[in-house]
Structure formats: structure tokens, C-alpha cells
Design a protein around this ligand. Structure first.
Ligand SMILES: CCCCCCCC(=O)SCCNC(=O)CCNC(=O)[C@H](O)C(C)(C)COP(=O)(O)OP(=O)(O)OC[C@H]1O[C@@H](n2cnc3c(N)ncnc32)[C@H](O)[C@@H]1OP(=O)(O)O
Length: 183
């Protein structure tokens, strides 16, 4: 295991923050694909994650709430996985959108990806309190998948790293009404 346990994210806190009103990837998912607990704009009980392009890569910011604790003072690992998951899906979707010649703000919806594989390394405990910053980049873009690596920082310190395989959402995953499901 060669995880870099000492890595610091060079940019100062606040750098890369999008201007107020900037369009997020999740703002441009089609309505049928905007219900995700992590990042669906139509899910009032969800986390409401928003991912922006900052010129070199993607960034998602989220301040965990007290109920997101693992033990007092530290963030629950499942929440960290969710942040990396939704951030990476948005990063993959944006890469596909760019490959199709679009830019955020174009009228066409951003294509939706689902998680085929989610691998998270927890490098150090993540403090509960500061805003968390997730940065991602596409390391492989194929015809049927994108592989994204994302890093999660607290106070500029790298706390977790994820590698995620994203695949375009199968058509079978749309068409149900919210609240409707099997089982
Ligand atoms: C509806 C949108 C909501 C989005 C919410 C945000 C993210 C989520 O929480 S999604 C929910 C959790 N995820 C799911 O439920 C997905 C369930 N799984 C599936 O539906 C399918 O397995 C699916 C679509 C991911 C892949 O289907 P499959 O038929 O295997 O795709 P396929 O075309 O063969 O594979 C595409 C590529 O992905 C790769 N791949 C597929 N599965 C995996 C995997 N588990 N690990 C690694 N790579 C994989 C394949 O190897 C292939 O790569 P390549 O093109 O290099 O050969």
C-alpha cells in the first residue's frame, strides 16, 4: 500500500470556489436522473451535493452536519464514500459531456452515470467541523466507462482517496416514480 499519508493540497482554502450562481453538474442532469440521495436536486432529504468545474478538474464542497459523525469529532466513513461517489459520477458525466463537445450551460442535459465500482482508502481520520473539499480527475475515458480518482481534503489535508468506475446509466433505471420501487 503506497497511499501518500502526508499529502497536502497546495491551493489555499477557498481557492477554486465557484462564483455565486455558477452552474453545477447536478443542475444539468435530466429530471429523471435528479433524485439521487447524494446529489439529486429533486431529493429534499438528500445531501444536495454540487460539483463544479474549476479550470483544471472538478470540485465538490460539503460541510458535514453533527449527525454525520463516526465518533465525536470525526466524520462517518459512509458519508465520505458518498461524497467520493457522487463527486466522481459528476466528474465522469462532465467528461462525457465535454467529449460530446458541450460545456456546462448548454441546453442539452448532462449524461448520467451510475457507479459500477467504488473503492475508498481512508488515509487518516476526517475531522467533523470543517468544510470538506473533494477534487477529482478522469484517469481513463473509454467508450463505455470512465475511471475517476478523487481526493477528499479537510483543512487542506488529504484524508481519503477514491477510485471509481462510472458507466452510463442503463435506460432500465429510469421511468419509475419517486417512492416507487421493488421490494
Ligand atoms: C439513475 C442514476 C442515479 C445515479 C446515482 C449516483 C450513483 C449511484 O449511486 S448509482 C447506484 C449504484 N449503482 C448501480 O446500481 C449500478 C448497478 N450495476 C449495473 O447496472 C451494471 O452492472 C452497470 C450498468 C454498472 C454495468 O453494466 P455492464 O453491462 O456490466 O456494462 P458493460 O458495458 O459490460 O461495462 C462497461 C465497462 O465498465 C466496466 N465495468 C462494469 N462493471 C464494473 C465493475 N464492477 N468494476 C470495474 N469495471 C466494471 C466493464 O469492464 C466495461 O469496461 P470496458 O469498456 O473497458 O470493457
Amino acid at each position: 500500500m503506497t497511499a501518500d499519508r502526508g499529502a497536502q493540497h497546495p491551493p489555499a482554502a477557498g481557492e477554486g470556489r465557484p462564483p455565486a450562481g455558477a452552474i453545477a453538474v447536478q443542475d444539468r442532469y435530466a429530471d429523471d436522473f435528479a433524485w439521487c440521495y447524494g446529489c439529486g436536486r429533486h431529493n429534499p432529504a438528500g445531501l444536495g451535493l454540487k460539483t463544479h468545474w474549476d479550470g483544471e478538474g472538478t470540485v465538490t464542497r460539503f460541510r458535514p452536519r453533527p449527525e454525520h459523525m463516526a465518533v465525536p469529532g470525526y466524520v462517518y466513513g459512509g458519508l465520505i464514500a458518498s461524497l467520493i461517489d457522487c463527486h466522481s459520477m459528476a466528474t465522469a458525466s462532465l467528461a462525457l459531456y465535454h467529449r460530446d463537445g458541450h460545456r456546462l450551460g448548454d441546453p442539452e442535459p448532462v449524461p448520467r452515470c451510475v457507479t459500477a465500482s467504488l473503492q475508498v482508502d481512508y488515509l487518516r481520520p476526517t475531522p467533523l467541523g470543517p468544510e470538506l473539499v473533494v477534487r477529482g480527475r478522469v484517469v481513463e475515458l473509454g467508450a463505455r466507462k470512465a475511471v475517476v480518482e478523487s481526493e477528499l481534503y479537510a483543512n487542506g489535508v488529504l484524508c481519503a482517496r477514491g477510485r471509481v468506475v462510472a458507466v452510463p446509466a442503463p435506460p432500465t433505471m429510469t421511468g419509475a416514480s419517486p417512492g416507487q420501487g421493488e421490494g
